[in-house]
Design a protein around this ligand. Structure first.
Ligand SMILES: NC(=O)c1ccc[n+]([C@@H]2O[C@H](COP(=O)([O-])OP(=O)(O)OC[C@H]3O[C@@H](n4cnc5c(N)ncnc54)[C@H](OP(=O)(O)O)[C@@H]3O)[C@@H](O)[C@H]2O)c1
Length: 247
């Protein structure tokens, strides 16, 4: 298969490149590096990329520098606009502008991230857009014609080999899910590679709902409000995060 990899030189992109190029031809795309240069925030640049590359079987988007990590209180419109235009709109644009030249049965695999559910004070201009992207994929997979499949990989915090941390994964572990999305038959799926972070029952609610309820209850009883998260129980199988369309 001919696979376009946007963000090929990045932390995750390098792992995907290594894994995918074992069995497929990879066309590496970057803002400055790669076989083809493209700014995915610029529709004309994206159109040129697809014209240059011609027909292809799969596209992976693993573009970085797509979010501003500032304290919640400092976030301004432009910071949200920055994240929305990259994380959400530009990834979707790769699919809409790439639709005419993808082969029948081809696939698009986008990238979200664990901040959709595991928010922190500096992740508010990216986490909600991860969630929006996943919802877009789940809701629209059935509308794509010609057997075109769309999926999204949600990496946990990516670390180097041998490094540990809460929810940490390597780019090699992430790459396995991108390969599955390219070579498999799935569509409308969110593939969570969360290195043991449990998957909440519903977005945010399972973790934070209980915490908010506890805080309200504590306020009523006069107890101090804790800033700690609800304890999370690690799970061994990162694949338990997979959600089917309609789940
Ligand atoms: N790293 C993590 O721990 C982690 C965890 C969860 C989710 N994620 C998500 O995974 C995705 C990739 O993250 P990463 O850490 O691998 O990123 P990264 O290392 O910063 O990736 C940079 C790559 O993106 C390309 N790029 C940057 N701006 C571009 C643009 N405007 N148009 C086209 N290509 C552009 C760069 O091209 P050049 O080299 O040519 O400039 C480079 O190939 C992001 O969506 C991120 O939020 C990452």
């Amino acid at each position: 298969m001919k696979v376009i990899l946007v963000g090929a030189s990045g932390k995750i992109g390098r792992g995907v490149d290594k894994a995918v190029s074992v069995n497929h031809e990879v066309v590496r795309v970057g803002l400055a590096d790669g076989d083809v240069q493209c700014d995915y925030t610029d529709p004309e640049s994206v159109r040129r990329m697809f014209t240059t590359i011609g027909p292809y079987h799969a596209l992976v988007s693993a573009v970085g520098d797509d979010s501003r990590f500032l304290p919640f209180e400092e976030l301004a419109d432009d910071d949200f606009r920055y994240g929305f235009e990259r994380k959400f709109l530009s990834q979707i644009r790769l699919m809409t502008l790439g639709k005419p030249t993808i082969h029948d049965g081809g696939s698009f695999t986008l990238t979200s991230g664990f901040l959709s559910h595991y928010s922190n004070r500096r992740g508010i201009a990216t986490g909600p857009f991860n969630g929006a992207l996943e919802t877009y994929v789940e809701h629209t997979a059935r509308f794509w014609p010609r057997g075109i499949r769309i999926n999204v990989v949600s990496p946990g915090p990516v670390v180097g080999p041998g490094r540990k941390g809460r929810g940490a994964v390597t780019s090699e572990q992430c790459a396995e899910s991108y390969v599955q999305a390219i070579e498999g038959t799935m569509t409308g799926r969110v593939l969570r590679v969360w290195g043991g972070f449990p998957v909440p029952e519903s977005r945010g609610a399972a973790i934070y709902g209980r915490r908010i309820e506890a805080a309200i209850s504590n306020t009523r009883t006069g107890a101090a409000i804790s800033n700690r998260r609800t304890p999370e129980t690690p799970q061994g199988n990162q694949r338990t995060g997979e959600r089917r369309r309609g789940d």
